[in-house]
Every structure is written in C-alpha cells, then in structure tokens.
Design a protein around this ligand. Structure first.
Ligand code: NAD
Ligand code: ZN
Length: 383
C-alpha cells in the first residue's frame, strides 16, 4: 500500500499499490461517511516488490509477508507479519498488486458480530499476479495477472447452471471466511487467520481457490481494475442487469460512495434522461455530476421529505430508485421515491445480518417493486 494514503483514492474507494511502494501504508482513509479505517504498524521496506513471481523462487515454500489484520471489531487494523502456506490442489497463491476497500469491509470491521471471525484479513476487491498454483489448476499459471472474484462460480451447482442466478452455493464458504476444510492458509505467529470471504486482499499474498480468480489482459491497469471485483460491477450491474434501466427514464440514487457512482454510470449508459443523486455529504456531488448525475440533492436541505419532493418533481416518482447507503431507513425512503405505479427500487446497501426493515404496506398498494441485487447480478464466469 502506498504510504501517502491521501493519494490513493480511486473514485470513493482506495486503491492501494503494494508492489510499487517503498513502505507500508499505516493510515488509510476509506469511508466516504467521514470515518476512517485505521491501519497501524511499523514502517519498513517493501521486500516483496523487486522481482516477478517467476524469479522469486518462493514456489512450494511458506511466504512471510505483511497483512492488515483485524483482531477485534472496532479496533484499528494492525499491520502484522503473517505466514502464507503454498496453495493446495485447485488453489492459487496470489501476490496482491492493488486492492480497493468496499463499504462492506468498512461496516464489518465495526460489527460486534464479526468478533467470532477474528483474527481476520479483510478485503475482497483485489488484483494481483499468480505466484504459484496447486495441483490440478488449469485456468491460470504463474505470472498471470488476475482479478479476484468476490462471488466465485463453481459452474456445477443449481445456481450456476441457471443464468438468472449469481449467488453460487460456494458462497457458504465465504460466510465462514474459511476453506472447505474449515481452515485457512494464513497464520500469524502460528495462529490461524481467516480470510474475509475466503479472499483477504489486504495482504501482500493470499491463497485462493482457482475459481476465485480470472485472468485479465496483460496490459490492464491493475490499480483501476481492482474495483471491478466488487464495487463497480455491483453498481453498474444493478442498473443494467437488476433494474434494467430504460432509455429516457428517471433514476434516483441514494448514496454516492463508489457503488452509488457506479450505479449512476450504469443509468447513464442505459440512456436514463434524469439521474438524481442523493447524499447527506455534499462533497460527493462533484464526482456524481462528473459521472452523469443531472441533479444532486441533500435531503436535509428540503422542506419536505425527499419522497414527496421527487413525487412532485418527477410526476409520481422516479422510474428506478437505488438504495446504496446501507441504512435500513433509506430503503423505505428509496421505495417511497419510486413512481407510485410502476417504480422499481433496488436494494444494494448491506443492511446488516438479519435486520428487519419497516415498510408501510401502502407503498406497495399501487404497484411498486422492491428487489435486491448482489454483485450487480453478474455471474463471474460470464462477466
Ligand atoms: P460508502 O460508504 O463509500 O458510500 C455510502 C454513501 O452513502 C456515502 O456517500 C454516505 O454519505 C451516504 N449516506 C449515508 N447515509 C445516507 C443517508 N441517510 N442518505 C443519503 N446518503 C447517505 O459505501 P460503498 O462502498 O459505496 O457501498 C455502499 C453500500 O453497498 C454499502 O452498504 C455496502 O455494504 C453495499 N455493497 C453491497 C454490495 C452488493 O452486492 N449488494 C456490494 C458492495 C457493497
Ligand atoms: Zn464489496
């Protein structure tokens, strides 16, 4: 990660180039809500940057390197020396080149619920270079540039065989943050460290299943490609695949982090006529306009609830609304901002595990639709 963390923002998320850095990064701004994901550690030379994986001679050996480890929710990530075991069958070991930080990472590091998974290496938006491969790996080889897939596709389960779905049954492993054997390939002073979503990209090296990576073009700018791994695909796909935004339509996007901006880009690409960008942080508006928002609104500046404001402005409400803040209260607001008869509201924000959402049945009476979207409905095998 670059030390100068103020220079690593890509859209509203961070893209941290570990390979070219001389030192590790210790404090990394991540939250567009003004919160920081704090990373603490000792400054040291990056010993991993010099050679390409083919020349490193690390194949088959344990690699000692650095990672940002969460020991307890609500505490800063700690830069630790970790041990990364060689990949087993159908696994690959990746030298991480760049990683974004998703709003989901930020939320989870503070959740008490997450203490059961600690210590854990967060991060699921990564790109890197294949350092070595285990037995029976056929799709990538040492030296390939790869993107990490936060929802892999086994290609065999009922979900993968149905083109309408994208949550492969393998996702159940991601919920434990462990391998299928119930373990991890990473330790810190001999103690097992879980890998967030079985990935853990806030590390110099990680071991993944072969199905969790896909080769990218040799010339691809990896520090930009990493956000396709989750944030960009999620937002863009929510507009294109899940909502199926139509030309000339009106759209309202609640939450202008990296994912919300990608929704705007998707709405614009689909030909939306008006895109209303909504956030309580006005600093987000300039970027939103740059990527295609036609109007920017802080709901706190309005004299009436934003649902009523949009009802009047858009003659009955927006054709498509997107909840991208992760607040459960905003789900009802986004749904209420949809056109009363045919409006479609897509929930993208991570509301929290098993939380209930309070929505008046009146909002559905005339025909609104509420649906969810994960990774923008993309199947990573086909993406
Ligand atoms: P982010 O934190 O960068 O952005 C959230 C934005 O919402 C911020 O700009 C913030 O100011 C704004 N906001 C907060 N409260 C608001 C309110 N009441 N009204 C209007 N705006 C408000 O996060 P991100 O990386 O863009 O991710 C957004 C959400 O999407 C998160 O909840 C994340 O967990 C979720 N997510 C879901 C998927 C999926 O597949 N469904 C994938 C990635 C991220
Ligand atoms: Zn994500």
């Amino acid at each position: 990660m670059n030390c100068d963390s103020t220079n690593v923002t890509a859209q509203d998320r961070q893209s941290c180039d570990w390979t070219s850095s001389q030192q590790q990064c210790y404090l990394s701004r991540v939250s567009s809500t003004g919160r920081w994901l704090e990373v603490r550690g000792q400054s040291q030379k990056d010993t991993s940057k010099a050679s390409s994986p083919r020349k490193m001679g690390t194949q088959g050996k344990v690699i000692r390197c650095k990672a940002a480890v969460l020991w307890k929710p609500g505490t800063p990530l700690a830069i630790e020396e970790i041990e990364v075991a060689p990949p087993k069958a159908k696994e690959v070991r990746i030298k991480i080149v760049a990683t974004g930080i998703c709003g989901t990472d930020i939320k989870n590091v503070d959740r008490e619920y997450f203490s059961q998974f600690c210590p854990i290496i967060m991060g699921h938006e990564g790109v890197g270079i294949v350092e070595s491969v285990g037995e029976d790996v056929s799709t990538v080889r040492t030296g390939d540039k790869v993107i990490i897939l936060c929802i892999p596709q086994c290609g065999e389960c009922d979900t993968c065989l149905n083109s309408k779905n994208n949550i492969c049954t393998e996702i159940r492993l991601a919920e434990t943050h462990l391998t299928s054997e119930g373990t991890s390939r990473i330790t810190c002073n001999g103690k097992l460290v879980r890998q967030y979503a079985t990935l853990g990209t806030l590390s110099e090296y990680t071991v993944l299943r072969e199905i969790s990576v896909a080769k990218v073009d040799e010339g691809a700018p990896l520090e930009k490609v990493c956000i396709i791994g989750c944030g960009f695909a999620t937002g863009y796909g929510a507009a294109i695949n899940s909502a199926k935004v139509t030309p000339g339509s009106t759209c309202a996007v609640f939450g202008l982090g990296g994912v919300g901006l990608a929704v705007i880009i998707g709405c614009k690409a689909a030909g939306a006529a008006r895109i209303i960008a909504v956030d309580i942080n006005k600093d987000k508006f300039a970027k939103a306009r740059t990527v295609g928002a036609t109007h920017c609104i802080d709901p706190r500046d309005l004299e009436k609830p934003i649902e009523e404001f949009l009802f009047d402005m858009l003659n009955g409400g927006a054709d498509f609304c997107f909840e991208v803040t992760g607040n459960k209260e905003t789900v009802a607001t986004a749904l209420g901002s949809c056109h009363k008869d045919h409006g479609v509201c897509i929930i993208i924000g991570l509301i929290g595990y098993w939380s209930s959402i309070n929505i008046s049945s009146q909002l559905f009476f005339s025909g609104r639709t509420l649906k969810a979207s994960v990774l923008g409905g993309f199947q990573s095998l086909l993406a």
